[in-house]
Design a protein around this ligand. Structure first.
Ligand SMILES: Nc1nc2c(c(=O)[nH]1)N[C@H]1C(S)=C(S)[C@@H](COP(=O)(O)O)O[C@H]1N2
Ligand SMILES: [Mo]
Length: 414
């Protein structure tokens, strides 16, 4: 077994598989994972607030940027992680896999990190296409896994700190000609000359010695090729998808699930009125918006809402799935409606005529009082399209799209 794995490791040795390469890719991967974790946590806290949590309402685009970063860095993690796995691949054939308690921690944390990140990135990516080919709750699993990943990453970095430090700077990694310095024992296992007792023996060993003199690894794939490939695929993944949230990259947005301005009234749509089953109720002349607060309940027809003072705001829809677009909204200030029922400064429950998921959202006092929060009746200069929430929808600054409830039915102070 040991010999077989030794052979495998030797045949996989390559100058690209050097701890310096692992450190270079690892740094980028670390930054991407931490950004993804922080922005994911932010998104989680807006949707599942802690008691007494304060909400940021400015800048209005904060959620747009944060969630755009979340999805974009998550996508960038995929080629980076694969590149990193390529560089450390031979270590999978280390035998015995675990020698000491320290190595158990090291290998255990890597196993956990690699497996949980692969699952995390895969379900996250698939989720951006609104495809849920599984039977678990995406949000809970994605959230729980993020802690597993960050904890195992912290252990991994702590264990590897000596190697990371040793190969951190370029200066300390290359000789006068610019070639990577060889790895000595204790400086990281990768590309270390295979000790005599680990070299394959017998026929395999003989053959290998004929083809390729061990322990010198053959320069099959150069370090530059690997770093170049990882860099190009990562950049491509970003450039080909980030246009769903960065308007300047719209032209190169080939793979993202949504395009800027592609949808009714120049705004993408997730859930259509038809699929939500709301068209009849939304178009009915009996539609009323009921607003309830400490001072009682009022019910408004669409004409009554239109007769109230109208406010214009420019605010983005920023979907948790990563796409976002700015739009011009016109409607009645939420704070005005709240004050009519004595609900100023209260938290409101906002309900849709739609049933089921996404049909309710909580609007905390900071958003209720915000002059930019509207019960919108118009979008980009036209009466709201059925698919954008006709006759009325909620639009507030700095909130995830999923909380910008469409096809409003009632606003209730708590
Ligand atoms: N009632 C209701 N409101 C809703 C949704 C929904 O499914 N039902 N989808 C939400 C989501 S996930 C987003 S991103 C925004 C924008 O989606 P849209 O483009 O479909 O309007 O609307 C939100 N409001
Ligand atoms: Mo969304």
């Amino acid at each position: 077994m040991r010999r077989l794995l030794g052979t495998a490791r030797l045949s996989l040795a390559s100058p690209a598989r050097h701890p310096r390469t692992a450190v270079v890719i690892g740094r980028l991967l670390g930054v991407a994972f931490l950004t993804c974790f922080a922005t994911g946590l932010y998104s989680h806290l807006i949707q599942n607030p802690l008691p007494g949590e304060a909400f940021l309402t400015r800048p209005v685009w904060i959620y747009r940027v944060s969630q755009g970063l979340h999805v974009t860095t998550g996508i960038a993690c995929i080629p980076l992680l694969l590149g990193k796995l390529y560089t450390i691949f031979p270590l999978l054939f280390k035998w015995p896999p675990v020698k000491t308690l320290g190595s158990l921690l090291e290998r255990g944390s890597i196993a956990l990190f690699v497996s949980s990140s692969l699952v995390q990135l895969a379900i996250g990516l698939v989720n951006t296409y609104q495809w849920y080919p599984w039977h678990f709750g995406f949000r809970q699993v994605h959230y729980a896994l993020s802690y597993v990943i960050i904890a195992s990453l912290a252990i991994h970095i702590a264990v590897k700190l000596p190697v990371i430090e040793r190969w951190w700077t370029k200066k300390a990694s290359v000789d006068a000609e610019g070639d990577l310095l060889p790895v000595r024992d204790g400086e990281g296992e990768l590309a270390r000359p295979v000790p005599a007792d680990e070299r394959p023996r017998g026929v395999t060993g003989l053959l290998m010695r004929l083809i390729d003199t061990p322990p010198k690894p053959s320069p099959k794939v150069s370090r530059r090729t690997v770093l170049g490939a990882v860099g190009v695929t990562t950049a491509a993944a970003v450039v080909l998808t980030a246009g769903q949230t960065v308007p300047a990259l719209d032209a190169t947005n080939a793979f993202a699930p949504r395009k800027q301005r592609y949808g009714p009234q120049s705004l993408p749509v997730n859930k259509t009125a038809r699929s939500a089953g709301v068209i009849d109720a939304a178009r009915s002349p009996d539609w009323r918006l009921s607003v309830r607060g400490p001072a009682g309940m009022l019910r408004f027809t669409l004409d009554e809402l239109r007769a109230m003072p109208q406010t214009d705001v420019t605010l983005p829809i920023s979907c948790v799935e990563g796409w976002s677009t700015n739009a011009d909204w016109r409607g009645v200030r939420f704070s005005h409606l709240a004050s009519l029922v004595g609900g100023s400064g209260r938290e409101f429950v906002v309900r849709s005529i739609q049933k089921g998921a996404y049909s309710v959202s909580m609007l905390q006092p900071a958003f209720v009082q915000d002059p930019l929060t509207l019960v919108a009746l118009e979008l980009n200069g036209q009466i709201l399209d059925n698919d954008h929430g006709y006759p009325a929808r909620l639009i507030a600054p700095a909130r995830p799209g999923v909380l910008q409830t469409k096809w409003l039915r009632s606003l209730e102070a708590r």
